[in-house]
Each structure stands twice: as structure tokens, then as C-alpha cells.
Design a protein around this ligand. Structure first.
Ligand code: SF4
Ligand code: SF4
Length: 223
């Protein structure tokens, strides 16, 4: 009973935080078209997300990230929540998207320098295009599909892969797969019962939903 309450509380808190950050995202995206300097919140998110990854993995992407929160709070309503295809999780696809976006960004910064407003406007355009792709993926597949190819997510994955790792006590796990069903990134913590590592472990958001859901208390984070 206590665990059920704990899970409910965790989910409620997460929902509220994500609703606030998701709404902030909409305001920033619309506001950016009127005040181009708002676009600079993208590099700020980049630094904050990757900085946090060096300590806690992709925790930034759980609810601190305005676009991730927008996905879970708004996109979730209209997404069919299908399985995210494995090709979006593959390194060559992620590296390709990362290089393409960084290349485009670098080219535009050099071209527009020293026009700070122009560069800010370009950040807003980039945010709008990538969000549109994220929305399309969300409508066709799953609200968090974009998070697998997001450049901040990819870099955070590399930086924070082995930070603040989720672990399992194999003898406790009954393979009910509730951890998988509750995971916003469709990860499979139960696999650690037999495998050394969880597949795509670097994409764990450290949201703790699987830990709170597990009926056998088999999963845990350090400390
Ligand atoms: S929820 Fe717990 S018991 Fe069920 S499969 Fe996951 S780790 Fe195992
Ligand atoms: S594996 Fe657990 S902690 Fe990681 S994202 Fe999935 S539900 Fe959250």
C-alpha cells in the first residue's frame, strides 16, 4: 500500500514539473519568434544538460528539459505510444543527426557573426524545425522518439553512460516487466536479471518510475 502511494506521489510530482516545463517550452518557442534573443536558451540547455550528465546521466532529460517535458505532458495526449524503432537508437543515426545539426549551426554562426540577434533567430528556427520533427515522430510513433536522436540527448548519453547507474538484484526479479511498461523511454530494466547491462542504459532518464513500480523492490539507484 505504502509503495502504491509512493508511486502515485512520484508520478504526480513528475507530471506537475513536466507540465510547468512543457508550458515554459511553448512560451519560449512562440516568444522566440518575437524576441530572437530567447533562442539563446538552446545553448544554455545544452551546457546544463551535458553538465548534469557528467554526474547523473540523462537526468536533465527527465523534466528539466523543456522539450522533453513538452513531449511527456502535451505530446503524450495525442501520441499512439507505439514502440520506438531500434534504428533511431543506433549510433550511426544519432551521430549523423548530431553532425548535421552541429555543422549547420556552426556554418550559420560563422555566416551571421557578429549579428547576435540573427544568431538568436537561427537558434529559434532550428528549435522550430527540430520540434516539428519531434512532433511528427510523436504523432506517428511515440512522444519520446525524438529524445533518441536529440543532439543534447546523444551527447549526454556518451558523457553520462556510466553515471548514477540503475542496478537490479536478480534473485528478486520475477520478470513481470512492469518496469518496462512504466518506462518513458521504453527501456527494459528486467533484462539486467540475465544480462550484465541494460540495453541503451545511457538513455535512462533516472526518473525512478521503474524503481517505484517494481513490486519486488528489485531495482535501485545508488544512495
Ligand atoms: S518490475 Fe521488478 S520484478 Fe518486475 S520485471 Fe521489473 S525488475 Fe523484475
Ligand atoms: S529505466 Fe527506470 S529510471 Fe530509467 S528512464 Fe526507465 S523508468 Fe526511468
Amino acid at each position: 500500500m505504502e509503495r502504491k502511494e509512493e508511486l502515485k506521489r512520484k508520478k504526480r510530482e513528475r507530471r506537475i514539473k513536466q507540465f510547468i516545463m512543457g508550458t515554459v517550452f511553448i512560451v519560449l518557442l512562440i516568444g522566440g519568434w518575437y524576441f530572437s534573443l530567447i533562442g539563446y536558451f538552446i545553448p544554455l540547455c545544452m551546457v546544463a544538460g551535458i553538465g548534469m550528465a557528467s554526474i547523473k546521466g540523462r537526468k536533465w532529460c527527465n523534466w528539466y528539459c523543456p522539450r522533453g517535458s513538452f513531449a511527456d505532458s502535451y505530446m503524450k495526449i495525442i501520441s499512439p505510444e507505439k514502440r520506438i524503432p531500434d534504428f533511431l537508437k543506433k549510433t550511426p543515426v544519432r551521430v549523423g543527426v548530431l553532425l548535421f545539426l552541429i555543422g549547420m549551426l556552426t556554418y550559420q554562426i560563422i555566416r551571421l557573426w557578429p549579428d547576435f540577434y540573427g544568431i538568436g533567430r537561427f537558434f529559434v528556427i532550428l528549435l522550430t524545425i527540430t520540434t516539428t520533427v519531434g512532433i511528427i515522430l510523436g504523432i506517428l510513433l511515440h512522444q519520446r522518439s525524438w529524445c533518441y536522436i536529440c543532439p543534447i540527448g546523444t551527447l549526454s548519453n556518451w558523457v553520462g553512460k556510466n553515471r548514477y547507474k540503475l542496478t537490479i538484484e536478480p534473485e528478486k526479479c520475477i520478470e513481470c516487466k512492469l518496469c518496462y511498461k512504466t518506462c518513458p523511454m521504453q527501456l527494459t530494466p528486467f533484462e539486467m536479471k540475465h544480462e550484465k547491462e541494460m540495453k541503451f542504459k545511457g538513455d535512462c532518464l533516472k526518473c525512478g518510475l521503474c524503481v517505484a513500480t517494481c513490486p519486488k523492490e528489485a531495482l535501485k539507484f545508488p544512495g
